[in-house]
Write a protein that binds this ligand. Sequence first.
Ligand code: NAP
Length: 284
Amino acid sequence: MQRYAVFGNPVAHSLSPVIHAYFAKVTGRDIAYTKILVPGTFKDSADAFFKEGGCGCNITMPCKQEAFAYADRLSDNAKAARAVNTLKKEADGTVSGYNTDGPGLMLDLQRLECPLKGAHVLIIGAGGAAQGILRPLMQQGCASISIVNRTAAKAAALAAAASLIRPEGSGTAVEAVTFEELQAHPEQYTFEIVINASSSSVNKAEAPLPDSLLSKAAFAYDLMYSTSGDTVFTQQCRRAGVNSVHDGMGMLVCQAALSFEIWQGVLVPPVQAVSELASVLRHA
Ligand code: NAP
């Protein structure tokens, strides 16, 4: 039986074993997928896992940067995110590193028929998740991406670094904005798509954005997910009148589907996977 695992600290809350057990069932693959707590360095835990025959793993907080350093080679999205959430042991014994978080969000946005091409997108947040979705969003042909963050300097730094990770042929304009600018002059900005890549919903804090700005969006997505299907941010967007509002459960399933594809060479169709898994996961 092929062995896979998710590494993190904490890791007990992870829904990945449930998701991968479902993928194994629908594809008829005989795999084991467990949770591994990383008490010390990620390298020590990963070395032991691969030595004992582990085939691949997912990596969650706070080990994604250590996994980035651990990999012998990196996908373009892992390089752009400077973080790895998927490792695969190759036949020659080397380990390849990938980041499926950004591509997972793109797969979910595709599932939700979110019109990214030509759109003006606002990303809230400038942490690891924002960094991970920036390059895949540029790849989709958005007209512009504006980044706003509680710590404005981090948004400015992320926007400035966009030129280093720009996919070939992408004409997406990337800029930083401040909450103060958006609050003072909402009439000057129109974002058709608003993506919350901050942890503000975890702290039960609304994004400091006026309803008059949010109400111009047709689509809003919170990377965070909740068992009820609504986060503080999705509630805020519904109240503002955004038509199509979603939490990050679909992204969670889609990033896992892409990891499974890297390991097993088969992609479970996202529409089927999200619809069959969402209610199970919300009650897990
Ligand atoms: P991170 O690297 O720690 O960054 C956190 C970001 O949130 C920073 O921009 C931070 O701003 C901002 N923030 C934190 N608390 C805030 C508050 N109370 N008000 C406003 N902004 C606040 O975390 P991350 O890895 O980017 O993750 C961000 C979110 O994405 C988390 O909720 C995570 O669960 C979610 N996520 C979901 C998936 C999925 O599959 N659905 C995948 C990855 C991540 P400062 O810079 O000012 O500190």
